[in-house]
Design a protein around this ligand. Structure first.
Ligand code: ADP
Length: 501
């Protein structure tokens, strides 16, 4: 069995660090790659070795397959972890890695290929008894036929790009009169984003929950699931808050969804870590959406409730070990919530807000985990996803996890850019979130930017930081309590300002 001794992480920021930490625990050396924009990033310093792979745009750096393979050869690397995004779901890359005699820490190129196409994924999964959203089984080439199908399914319908990802190429059609216009838009969006204009139709589920199942498979056909993650709080069809377990699942539905997820993975001979996504309607009918063949951004909530280090399992599977965990060994313990701290302005349509992190102080303490890739004084580059950090809290039940999250958000001090922190605090205290009746329309139904005064908040946080800096200068170590009090009061002040009207 090959033992991995040196891993190159073909990624950046928080996920590169996250992977390196586990590698270090396993006595595996790490190689970081970085673009010119990321020279000062913590992931570069953390690694045993680090190599600049090019200019800031990802096409010239993190997506440069030749360069990455060259570095592996030069530095005697024996495995590559792709993280998420960038090359993680690129079947061609996985193949090249294999051909170069290296281990790809992920599934086979064939599994990536099948699941990379939403239509091919549905075809593969149809070998098993897995519920699918009503819709067209193939890409649309005859519009009149597609309209007939849409009519029989019933409006509203959703046009989706087969190669889709990141919520792109998706269009809701309310009635037949809109059909052609929305179709043209979806096709051109899909063509521009993925170089593939194939689209298909699904029934639009009007009040769905997005629930996904984490799976792990080895090279010997063993596949297990690690329960669900609830990811319904989204903006632009993209997740901002995730939790495990879901307040909406009964043990019976959980078991059935878990079985379906394992079958989806089986349908493409899956090994490694993967995620099978479902949507669930108001009557708790669930349908298979797609499978993501990589480590997911929100994987920490699963780690918290199961005690499994998913990156460690990925590495062990890649080395050829059989799964060390059986389905019966797994149990849900407690509750975990993750919020994504994006440099975005929630009061301005969640548009990215790029700038310098003038203040950056992380929360801490019992039940709080922060996975991040930035430090105070650093700039958020415009070239990549504007996620600053993931804040995860864990408690013995959902209420405790929510309380810890509110406390942690209040402790988090970020100035210089607008962030999703105030929005996430708004979510945590909203009754629809607390009672679990929310769905993917939470933002459009319940969020109004007027409930936040984020601009003021930045000023308040800046002021709090200034006051505490002044106090620590004048009081030194002698009266740290007062210093904390200032922060605590500033937090309460901020907390009140976020309260929903
Ligand atoms: P992507 O790969 O672009 O992320 P997904 O198929 O995973 O696309 O869908 C992303 C989100 O879009 C889902 O979480 C859900 O909120 C919404 N969505 C997808 N399909 C449907 C549908 N048939 N009805 C209602 N909402 C949907």
């Amino acid at each position: 069995m090959p033992q991995i001794r040196k891993i190159l992480i073909a990624n950046r920021g928080e996920i590169a660090l996250r992977i390196m930490r586990t590698a270090r625990e396993m006595d595996i050396a790490t190689v970081a790659v970085f673009s010119e924009a990321d020279r000062a990033s913590p992931h570069v310093r953390y690694a045993d070795e680090a190599v600049c792979i090019g200019a800031a745009p990802s096409s010239e750096s993190y997506l440069n397959i030749d360069k990455i393979l060259e570095i592996c050869e030069e530095l005697g690397v024996d495995a590559i972890h792709p993280g998420y995004g960038f090359l993680s779901e690129n079947a061609g890359f996985a193949k090249r890695v294999k051909e170069a005699g290296l281990i790809f820490i992920g599934p086979s190129p064939e599994s990536i290929e099948i699941m990379g196409s939403k239509l091919a994924a549905k075809r593969a999964a149809s070998k098993y008894n897995i519920p699918m959203v009503p819709g067209t089984p193939d890409a649309i080439d005859d519009r009149n036929e597609a309209k007939r199908i849409a009519d029989s399914i019933g409006y509203p319908i959703l046009i989706k790009a087969s190669a889709g990802g990141g919520g792109k190429g998706m269009r809701v059609v309310e009635n037949e009169a809109e059909f052609d216009e929305q179709m043209d838009r979806a096709v051109s969006e899909a063509q521009a984003a993925f170089g593939d204009g194939s689209v298909f139709i699904e029934k639009y589920i009007t009040s769905p929950k997005h629930i996904e199942i984490q799976v792990l498979g080895d090279h010997y056909g063993n596949i297990i699931h690690l329960f669900e993650r609830e990811c319904s709080i989204q903006r632009r069809h993209q997740k901002v808050v995730e939790e495990a377990p879901s307040i909406s699942l009964t043990p019976e539905i959980r078991e059935e969804m878990g079985r379906c997820a394992v079958d989806v993975a089986r349908s493409c001979n899956y090994y490694g870590a993967g995620t099978v996504e479902f949507i669930m309607d108001e009557n708790r009918n669930f349908y298979f959406l797609e499978m993501n063949t990589r480590l997911q951004v929100e994987h920490p909530v699963t780690e918290m409730i199961t005690g499994v280090d998913l990156v460690k399992e990925m590495i062990r599977i890649a080395e050829g070990h059989p799964l060390a965990i059986a389905q019966e060994d797994l149990q849900i313990r407690g509750h975990a919530i993750e919020i994504r701290v994006y440099a975005e302005d929630a009061s301005n349509h969640f548009l990215p807000d790029i700038g310098t992190l003038h203040t950056y102080v992380k929360p801490d303490g019992n039940g709080v985990r922060v996975d991040d890739g930035f430090e105070q004084g650093m700039e958020i580059p415009i070239y990549y996803d504007p996620m600053i950090a993931k804040l995860i809290t864990y408690g013995e039940n959902r209420e405790t996890a929510i309380r810890k999250m509110m406390r942690a958000i209040d402790e988090y001090q970020i100035t210089g850019v607008q962030t999703t922190l105030p929005f996430c605090r708004f979510v945590m205290q909203h009754e629809v979130f607390v009672n679990g009746s929310f769905d993917t329309n939470f933002v459009s139904r319940h969020f109004n930017p007027d409930v936040l005064s984020t601009k003021n908040d930045e000023e308040v946080a800046g002021l709090a930081a200034l006051i505490s800096a002044l106090l620590s200068d004048t009081l030194h170590e002698s009266k740290p309590v007062q210093n904390e009090e200032v922060n605590a009061n500033a937090s309460k002040w901020r907390a009140r300002r976020f309260t929903a009207h």
